[in-house]
Write a protein that binds this ligand. Structure first.
Ligand SMILES: *Cc1c(COP(=O)(O)O)cnc(C)c1O
Length: 434
């Protein structure tokens, strides 16, 4: 399969090049040349398949030309080593719990898949691949854990000193093995600048092979389509799959774009909803047809604090830029922190189901927009314990931190301190094995 750039000013590339480059040279996002429609019989039998089985079939449609079946099956099965259950919250509303992976958030799926794919590309082990990733918290933990122990790949996680939460910090500083945490004496933007400098440094490139694990990478976002099929399968099994509405708490719009790919492949979804926090750029686009990026504002659902969603270009491309088509297929919603708190608490008190602030936006949009006869699924993108202080303050409760999160907190922190100027970081990388 070849991949083209949404800006159409760069040549098509192979899967390998799309994954290693991340962004196209013309700064567009890579898209697969064809999106295959899955056969009717797949959807007829889907409720009798496991998540791993059905995901392999979806993966084959994207990656089957590039990766031999047995290897692709191994990659998919290893990626999805945890369940993704659709849990009933009330009569017609289900929560697709994407937090059962190692770092308790949906980004585990894409990060684990990408790690295994890069490991496969490098299976003959001629040269190590080094992944540089700058993080303000969550991406670093998903990428580091996704790549942990993958042969032929070394990960450097750059994070701003004192600016990530203690829980987040342990998730990438205690791992050891092929993961190195780099503690930057600066802010997140300094981390990003160091990574950008490294990518432009030809001297460094001749010493080591470097790549990014940014969320716009095709190997991170396409695998997120798997669990949309998984949700459908679970609802079909209980006779609730007709008139399905899927609501996605959205920031950079990678997650919902993967769902739209699923729909293009034939997944019977009536309608999608993108739920925003106060960062309402997409919501306003739906209403007005004008796309006006603006600086992000901080909210309770901070992983969605995005003022210029990077995957908007992919959404536009999927619909040939038609605002009419986009707004007829995707609904919008935007919620203030007060509304998020109120809904999180109301649902917890009424049903006993505890959501995180991101999933709460998804729930509320379904509650407001579902029509009679429809079933709604919202993506519960993280475990509420990841936001323990905020969630406890809202409910007055005490969320239990799952054992796998506590385990990180018992580990020993190890990191390499660097300054915010490039020379120190460069010296460090040049001293590492290439
Ligand atoms: C990253 C993230 C989101 C936003 O996902 P996008 O793909 O950027 O739209 C939502 N919730 C949580 C918990 C996240 O970590």
């Amino acid at each position: 399969m070849l991949y083209y750039s949404t800006n159409r000013k760069s040549p098509d590339v192979t899967l390998r090049d799309a994954v290693v480059r991340g962004l196209a040279p013309d700064r567009g996002l890579y898209m697969p040349r064809t999106i295959k429609t899955l056969p009717k019989v797949f959807f007829e039998n889907i409720d009798r398949m496991s998540l791993q089985e059905l995901s392999y079939i979806v993966a084959d449609a994207f990656f089957g030309d590039d990766i031999p079946a047995d290897d692709l099956r191994t990659i998919v099965y290893d990626t999805l080593s945890f369940p993704i259950p659709a849990v009933r919250v009330e009569e017609n509303i289900f929560s697709l719990e994407l937090f059962h992976g190692p770092t308790l958030a949906f980004k585990d799926v894409g990060a684990r898949f990408m790690a295994r794919l890069l490991g496969w590309f490098n299976r003959n082990g001629n040269r190590l691949v080094n992944v540089l990733v700058a993080t303000s918290g969550d991406t670093g933990s998903a990428v580091a854990n996704g790549f942990l122990g993958v042969d032929g790949v070394h990960v450097y996680v750059l994070y701003p000193k004192g600016k990530v939460s203690p829980i987040q910090e342990c998730q990438f500083t205690t791992l050891g093995r092929n993961i190195t945490a780099v503690e930057v004496d600066g802010v997140f933007d300094d981390c990003q600048t160091l990574v950008k400098n490294a990518f432009m440094d030809e001297g460094l490139a001749s010493h080591m092979n470097i790549t990014s694990a940014n969320s716009i990478n095709v190997a991170r976002f396409l695998p997120q389509s798997f669990y949309y099929f998984g949700a459908y399968a679970q609802l079909k099994a209980i006779g609730k799959a007709d008139n399905l509405v899927i609501c996605v708490p959205s920031g950079n719009f990678g997650n919902i774009t993967a769902g739209l790919f699923g729909w293009k492949m034939g997944l019977p979804v009536k309608h999608f909803i993108a739920a925003n926090n106060a960062n309402d750029i997409f919501y306003n686009y739906l209403k007005t047809g004008a796309y006006n990026p603006k600086p992000s504002v901080q909210t309770l659902a901070n992983a969605m604090d995005v003022g210029n969603p990077s995957n908007f270009a992919r959404v536009l491309d999927l619909y040939n830029g038609s605002h009419a088509d986009i707004s007829s297929n995707i609904g919008g919603a935007t919620y203030t922190d007060a509304q998020i708190s109120e809904t999180l608490k109301e649902v917890y008190d009424r049903t006993g189901y505890l959501m995180d602030p991101h999933g709460t936006c998804g729930y509320r949009a379904l509650k407001e927009q579902l029509e009679p006869g429809q079933t709604g699924v919202f993506l519960e993108t993280a475990h509420p314990a990841k936001f323990k202080e905020k969630v406890d303050a809202i409910t007055g409760g005490d969320v239990v931190i799952p054992e796998r999160l506590q385990a990180f907190m018992r580990g020993t922190k190890q990191s390499v301190p660097v300054g915010r100027d490039y020379s120190g970081f460069r010296d460090f990388l040049m001293s590492q094995k290439g």
